[in-house]
Design a protein around this ligand. Structure first.
Ligand code: SF4
Ligand code: FES
Length: 241
């Protein structure tokens, strides 16, 4: 265990705990947009910046990536942090003015409007990379990635075309904090709509009840990964004994 101070509160935390986790364990609020416990931290949004003082040297760090240390002094709410966070949320508001999660955060941080120009008012992608991380780390595929540098950065599948690696599981849509990726099952088809492409996959029909219940590609992937008999997925879960 290490002892540190966050916002004047002396706390203890296990080694290997991030500052964000330690703060949350003690009900200290730090805003975040790119963190989800299902995947490893990445440091994309920078909203979680905090000020740390160590050996009388002060610096700003991303609390989702920085681990607790003995004697560390942490400030989560200084004027400097409020200024930087305000700027970041204004940039996010200009990038994704209609994203509910961004609007909520702006409200909570007391930011009403952005001084920056809106380029595309329908853009919902905050480039948090949660979708790419869940695809790689949880599903075990790398069907999508963040491509292009600078202002052209975006989420994409290879060559902006149908991705062979995508198994249609929809994990990217479930984890996306802003609904920039959408999933819809229509009849026998699963449609995944990403910021710049649309993918369609065939759903398997249950021979007993007729329901289209899971993407064929996802079932094939599971059969191969777990080395199980295809017969396991003959019927939908409701019609299995
Ligand atoms: S599509 Fe969603 S999850 Fe992926 S980077 Fe954009 S906002 Fe994040
Ligand atoms: S939550 Fe730490 S950088 Fe986004």
């Amino acid at each position: 265990m290490v002892t540190l101070t966050i916002d004047g509160q002396r706390i203890q935390a296990e080694e290997g705990t991030t500052l964000l986790e330690a703060a949350r364990d003690h009900n200290i609020y730090i805003p975040t947009l790119c963190v989800n416990e299902a995947v490893s931290p990445y440091g994309a949004c920078r909203l979680c910046l905090v000020e740390v003082t160590k050996k009388e040297r002060q610096r700003l760090v991303a609390s989702c990536l920085y681990f607790v240390e003995e004697g560390l002094i942490v400030r989560t709410d200084s004027e400097r942090i409020a200024l930087i966070r305000g700027m970041i949320i204004e940039l996010l508001l200009a990038r994704c003015p209609k994203a509910g999660e961004v609007q909520e955060l702006a409200k909570r941080l007391g930011v009403r409007e952005s001084r920056f120009r809106v380029e595309d008012e329908n853009n919902l992608c905050v480039l948090c990379a949660l979708c790419t991380r869940v695809c790689q780390e949880v599903v075990g595929q790398s069907a999508i990635s963040l491509v292009n540098p600078g202002t052209d950065r975006e989420v994409a599948i290879p060559f902006y075309d149908n991705s062979d690696a995508c198994i249609a599981c929809g994990s990217c849509a479930y984890i996306c904090p802003t609904e920039a990726i959408k999933l819809e099952d229509v009849g026998d088809t699963r449609i995944i709509t990403m910021p710049n492409c649309r993918l369609e996959f065939k759903l398997k029909q249950c021979p007993k009840c007729g329901t289209y219940w899971a993407p064929e590609k996802q079932l094939e992937y599971m059969i191969k990964k777990a080395n199980i008999s295809p017969k396991v997925f003959d019927l939908c879960p409701d019609c299995r004994e």
